[in-house]
Design a binder for this molecule. Structure first.
Ligand code: TXA
Ligand code: MG
Length: 541
């Protein structure tokens, strides 16, 4: 299907275009139309076949109901089963505008439009083009946001074209949407009435008309399994760019430190106006910190931009959840799949390293006993080489025969080849370290969400890897050489000569001491616990 684009410059002069859009809708077609919130993907709400096409074009789950758009309050009356004084008062005050009201539906509304529910969501948009098109169509218009399901909502005709070209009949280009986030959704079908989705019309404004209004728990948190959603739309992962979004709650300074620490070449910071220069990674600004409208109107635009620029992770400054900021916060929570980092309260991260045989793992275990979340570098290294891209790159570097028949890595053969020269070792690290670093970051975020006191990363090659930048404190574990030889021989069943070759190929003890903040001696007959306790006390300060 070829998607036609109609650009509306002036509503009176472009009346024929408005009438054309109205005709397409009346005849069962799909047209994307601008509204004051976001672009909507419109169809005749009373025509099940037309509505079905909306679900198909968006890839939307069929139990997620649509909002029906009307030209005025009278247009809404016949969609509801009865009247409600509260609705009358709300419509009087907020319509036309970004408020959607859910009430029991009338027979007129097909089940497909209401996602099988016995209620219907109705709103009357204030955008003059939307309003004119609804009037021209002469039928109520079902219109979810005109994005592919799960993606950020579209705030320009170009966004719509990016997602919907070839799938719908028309795109009506009415310029950039002013508000930028979807309408406030409330339901009067529950007792007490609930705010299901925050938007431009705030709970404070609504309380004047609905003193007993409660904010649905889904606005702030993930639905627990088994819970039923009052607003089906809130249970899906939503508003997400391809890039992973990490929401940073807390001060600018700590957000900058966090981003600089965990960001890499593929990361971008999404920050408030005037903050860009502070970040070491590229940054895009999305609005004035305490101006909800400014943030809302750019939010989806910027989330889409992150993908256009090819970034794979976005660290986003979190707005205060007040006024329209509440709506921005609610959308960001979902774009981040609820991955929020409290940068002001982050767990201290201790990097633990040292030469082979010094007893690093014993010390790491002690930190774990003291309430630290243990990240084992060896386990992550083994995990990392299961990654297909890593495997392919290793095969390219060290020969196709390092891959076993079952697709796994022949670790022994790889080690033989990779540790044969310093250059080869470097090549190995260049391939595996990014993957191990990514896994380490994921582990740290798990720890941040656990009730651990801190994080300890046990990694032999820590100082040569980018993980070193994620640590707040570096600690090495050392022991006399004879002691280490004896341990390796016992542990790995090798000869003294073999143990010495291994030890001599590694960095010296001095190297570890020089490049870390603390050294713990784990020699035989010495008690390492007092030093470890002192380090823990320092880290928790
Ligand atoms: O600003 C807007 O509301 C935009 C523009 C295009 O008007 N539309 C929009 O529609 O955001 P959509 O489909 O993307 O979001 C509709 C939301 C979903 O979260 C859905 O679950 C909820 O409204 N909803 C619709 N009908 C409902 C009902 N009967 N009961 C509870 N929630 C309902
Ligand atoms: Mg939507």
């Amino acid at each position: 299907m070829k998607t036609e684009i109609l650009k509306i410059e002036n509503i009176t002069e472009d009346l024929p275009l408005i009438e054309k859009a109205g005709r397409v809708l009346r005849e069962g077609g799909l047209a994307a139309i601008p509204t004051e919130t976001v672009y909507g993907l419109a169809a005749n709400a009373l025509d099940p076949a037309a509505v079905k096409k909306i679900f198909e074009a968006k890839g939307r789950p069929s139990d997620n109901p649509l909002i029906v758009h009307v030209a005025d309050k009278d247009g809404a009356a016949r969609l509801f089963a009865g009247t409600d004084e509260r609705f009358e008062a709300l419509a009087q005050k907020f319509w036309p505008g970004p408020l959607t009201v859910v009430m029991k539906k009338s027979e007129l509304v097909p089940d497909i439009t209401s996602g099988g529910l016995d209620t219907v969501a109705v709103r009357c948009p204030s955008h003059p083009v939307a309003n004119a098109i609804i009037k021209a169509a002469g039928v109520p218009i079902a219109a979810p946001s005109a994005n592919t399901s799960g993606k950020p909502s579209p705030t320009t005709a170009q966004h719509v074209a990016d997602d919907m070209s070839g799938k719908i009949d028309l795109i009506v280009d009415g310029g950039k949407c002013e508000i930028g986030v979807e309408s406030t959704v409330i339901t009067l079908a529950t007792e007490p009435p609930r705010l299901l989705r925050p938007g431009k019309v705030t709970p404070e404004e609504l309380k004047e008309f609905l003193p007993d209004l409660v904010v649905d728990s889904a606005v702030f948190s993930e639905l627990k399994s088994g819970e039923t959603a009052h607003s089906p739309g809130m249970k899906y992962k939503h508003y997400s760019p391809e890039a992973e979004v990490v929401l940073l709650r807390g001060s600018l300074e700590n957000a900058v430190n966090y981003t600089n620490k965990y960001g890499n070449a593929e990361s971008v910071a999404v920050c408030f106006n005037g903050e860009k220069e502070k970040f070491a990674v590229p940054a895009v600004e999305y609005g004035v910190e305490n101006d909800g409208l400014s943030l809302a109107s750019n939010l989806f635009y910027v989330l889409r931009k992150v993908d256009d620029l090819g970034f794979s992770r976005a660290f986003v400054r979190c707005p205060a959840p007040v006024g329209l900021g509440l709506a921005v916060y609610n959308r960001l929570l979902r774009s981040a799949a609820f991955h929020v980092v409290d940068v002001d309260k982050r767990l201290p991260v201790i990097g633990l390293t040292g030469p082979t045989g010094a007893g690093k793992s014993t010390v790491a275990k002690y930190f774990a006993e003291k309430g630290f979340y243990l990240i084992d570098g060896d386990i992550l290294a083994r995990e990392a080489v299961k990654n297909r891209e890593v495997l392919a790159n290793l095969a390219k570097e060290f020969g196709a025969d390092i891959i076993n028949e079952d697709g796994s890595l022949n670790r022994r053969l790889t080690a033989d080849r990779a540790f044969s020269t310093p250059e080869k070792t470097k090549a190995l690290n260049a391939i595996t370290h990014p993957a191990i670093t990514a896994l380490t970051y994921i582990e740290i975020t798990h720890a941040d969400r656990s009730d651990s006191k801190g994080v300890v990363i046990d990694a032999a090659a820590l100082l040569q890897s980018p993980i070193v930048n994620m640590c707040d404190m570096l600690v090495c574990v050392i022991a006399p050489k004879e002691e280490r030889v004896r341990r390796i021989v016992e542990r790995d069943g090798i000869t003294v000569d073999q143990a010495l070759t291994r030890i001599n190929a590694q960095k010296s003890e001095e190297y570890y001491i020089e490049n870390t903040d603390y050294a713990i001696s784990n020699a035989k007959g010495e008690d390492f616990h007092p030093m470890a306790d002192e380090i823990i006390a320092q880290a928790l300060k």
